[in-house]
Design a protein around this ligand. Sequence first.
Ligand code: SF4
Length: 193
Amino acid sequence: MRLDLPISLVAEYVFCPRAAWLSYVAGQFQPNEFTVEGALLHLRVHRPSSSQGKPRRFRKLPVWSERYGIYGYADLVEDHGTTLIPVEYKRGKAKVSQSDRVHVALIALCLEEMLRISIPSGFLFYFGSRRRVEVPLTADLRRAAVRAICEARDLFSQTTPPSAFPTSRCYGCALRPSCLAQSLSFGWEEWTQ
Ligand code: SF4
């Protein structure tokens, strides 16, 4: 039977396959100051809005795709009449990582399938820089999003995690303590810089 995946987990897979495996398969997620800050900021985004103006806004909208076997919530979807625009909110300053782009693309794939519409682009809003960055939903990005779903599904059927590759993304990773404990082949200095 196919394993349906949370959209946020597929985006995490793109951020780091090992982090996705450790949190989903091994259940080792531990919140840190960054994840708590992100959760608090999202509470604000998801708060019902009293605005009746245009565009109409839908917050924390449930989305899913039967075709791809993914589900989750869109932070914000704006109805511009001729099209919908998904907006995902992220902690920190605008950096537009591939995992953030894929996150928007996965939301758009769900909306397109649910509503039988076409969505040409979405946006990322970064709290740290308080600005929106457009994410064109190109064929390449769509392919990358679908590939990530398939790869993540394969990975989660495996009983051992992928190897760790310490990079700057590890700074702030909530899984760093458990990842570190299991990666004795890496020098401590590499992880603490
Ligand atoms: S510490 Fe780095 S390698 Fe380990 S799970 Fe986090 S991001 Fe991945």
